[in-house]
Design a protein around this ligand. Structure first.
Ligand code: NAD
Length: 497
């Protein structure tokens, strides 16, 4: 890895830019093929990472497959697979400050938040799934024999690991997402090839170094970096990969699902969203206004469940809008390493320009900017927290997933069908309802077509709670008990006594 600019304070140790293949760090086959790593706060190049080819991916999958088939892996006690994850948790904990700084440098995510949330989630995730390794269980089943009528049968199911898993991850929670794929895959007896986003591969590469230190068997976890269309697509097409655990955009998810059909791979797809924040007329505004603001502005709006559509019942509309716009105007943009910063940059120039383009289209269609609304003139890929008022259902910002700090507000008048408005999107990932009337909240929650509905809160993710989306937001669930279904297949065993 070439260190081009001098790292900012605090000094950030860059990982070696080598792949984790079969238990060792190796150079990619094509030495010259690299991807620049850009600091989003300055727009300057800080390093390069390997752009892996299909041949590198083939080496990684072959190693994962060999390990999966080996006696060592097949006969390892589940509790010992859990211990591998616990050892990695300890190492990540020991290096948490360093990993948080590396993540912030690579992604622009606020250092304090990255340390307190992303890294803690990563450590907790390893420990949570370490516990699951020893709790895999099937069912015993009563049969209904037809012939002969007096036969006695026993039947039961085992949960068998699906095999080699490809974990393909996006750039908004890089190390957390890597662990979200790696930890359940290992706990449930699979082996893994991880491919992080080409925008944010540094912490996953560093994780590779810690995985060696933790003593995982060679090939149990492999890491390749590279572009989606090359390294990612090679994983999706590889005949020895049995499952794709993907988090990213809906467009890529659709491409992956179509390609995976050729080899009938299992897929879990955690995709985009356009989640509503719904404020009812009796909401506690001291909680609802900051809640609605953080639902969209946290992580600069780059959260799949971001509350990007604000639906407010008419009596509170003006007050909520003014409150949220005031918060947006007061938020401080800046470097991840500055303790005063509240909103960091977006991940790339492309993303910054895309967000700007959608807002400009919305303003031309008649939306009104109550805060933000145009690109700030400074180095790096910053976009200011933006509140758009009077955004009608057909306007571009109300329809598209923006993935930036842009809130689209609409008033809900008496006689409007709130459920219809909330579900008026091709996505179905999250939603929040803010009210003091819990009966109404529950009745509304029943009818909202989304994987998660929060009541008087937003964006609370927990490893014990299933996570995933409906409609174009994806297929399958991760976390909690559902993770066992995502990474294992049931096998029925039937015996005539
Ligand atoms: P993206 O789809 O562009 O990329 C995600 C990953 O897929 C990257 O590693 C990329 O290299 C890879 N990829 C791209 N093309 C591929 C192909 N043809 N075959 C295989 N792999 C390929 O997404 P992104 O821009 O990195 O992330 C933002 C998106 O992720 C947003 O839409 C957001 O909503 C979504 N997201 C969803 C969740 C969730 O859990 N539902 C969480 C975070 C982000």
């Amino acid at each position: 890895l070439t260190d081009i600019a001098s790292p900012p304070t605090p000094q950030v140790r860059l990982p070696q830019g080598r792949l984790l293949l079969n238990g060792t760090l190796v150079e990619p086959l094509e030495a010259g093929a690299t991807i620049p790593v850009i600091d989003p706060a300055t727009g300057r190049q800080i390093a390069t990472i390997p752009a892996c080819s299909a041949a590198d991916v083939d080496r990684a999958v072959a190693a994962a497959h060999r390990c999966f088939e080996s006696r060592e892996w097949q006969s390892m006690r589940p509790i010992d697979r859990g211990r591998l994850l616990e050892r990695l948790a300890l190492l990540v904990e020991e290096h948490a400050d360093e990993l948080a700084a590396l993540e912030s440098l690579d992604s622009g995510k606020l250092l304090a938040v990255t340390r307190a949330i992303d890294l803690q989630f990563t450590i907790d995730g390893l420990r949570y799934f370490a516990g699951w390794a020893s709790k895999i269980a099937g069912q015993s089943i009563a049969l209904n024999p037809l012939v002969p009528e007096d036969a006695t049968y026993r039947a039961y199911t085992e949960r068998r690991p699906v095999g080699v898993v490809a974990g393909i991850t996006p750039w908004n929670f890089p190390i957390g997402q890597a662990i979200q794929k790696l930890a359940p895959a290992i706990a449930f007896g699979c082996t893994v090839v991880l491919k992080p986003s080409e925008e944010t591969s540094l912490t996953t590469l560093r994780l590779g170094e810690l995985i060696i230190e933790a003593g995982f068997p060679a090939g149990a976890v492999n890491i390749v970096t590279g572009y989606g269309q090359e390294a990612g697509a090679a994983l999706v097409d590889h005949p020895l990969v049995r499952k794709i655990a993907f988090t990213g955009s809906t467009a890529t998810g659709q491409r992956i699902m179509a390609a995976a059909a050729q080899t009938m791979k299992r897929v879990t797809l955690e995709l985009g969203g356009k989640s509503p924040t719904i404020i009812l007329a009796d909401a506690d505004l001291e909680r609802a206004i900051p809640g609605a603001a953080m639902a969209i502005f946290a992580n600069s709006g780059q959260i799949c469940t971001a509350g990007s559509r604000l639906l407010v019942e008419a009596p509170l509309y003006d007050q909520v809008l003014e409150g949220v716009a005031q918060i947006a105007r007061d938020l401080k943009l800046g470097s991840a390493f500055d303790a005063a910063t509240q909103v960091g940059p977006l991940i790339s120039k492309r993303q910054r320009d895309r967000v700007g383009g959608i807002v400009t289209a919305g303003l031309a269609e008649g939306a009104i900017a109550m805060a933000g609304g145009k690109v700030v003139d400074r180095e790096g890929w910053f976009y200011p927290p933006t509140v758009l008022a009077g955004v009608a259902r057909q306007m571009t910002p109300m329809r598209e997933e923006i993935f930036g700090p842009v809130l689209c507000a609409a008033r809900v008048d008496e006689g409007d069908d709130l459920v219809k408005l909330a579900n008026d999107t091709p996505f179905g990932l999250g939603a929040s309802i803010w009210t003091r009337n819990l009966d109404r909240a529950h009745l509304l929650a029943d009818r909202i077509d989304a994987g998660t509905v929060w009541l008087n809160t937003h964006n609370v993710l927990d490893l014990a709670m299933p996570f995933g989306g409906n409609k174009l937001s994806g297929i399958g669930r991760e976390f909690g008990y559902e993770a066992m279904n995502a990474f294992t297949e049931p096998k029925a065993i039937c015996l005539r006594l």
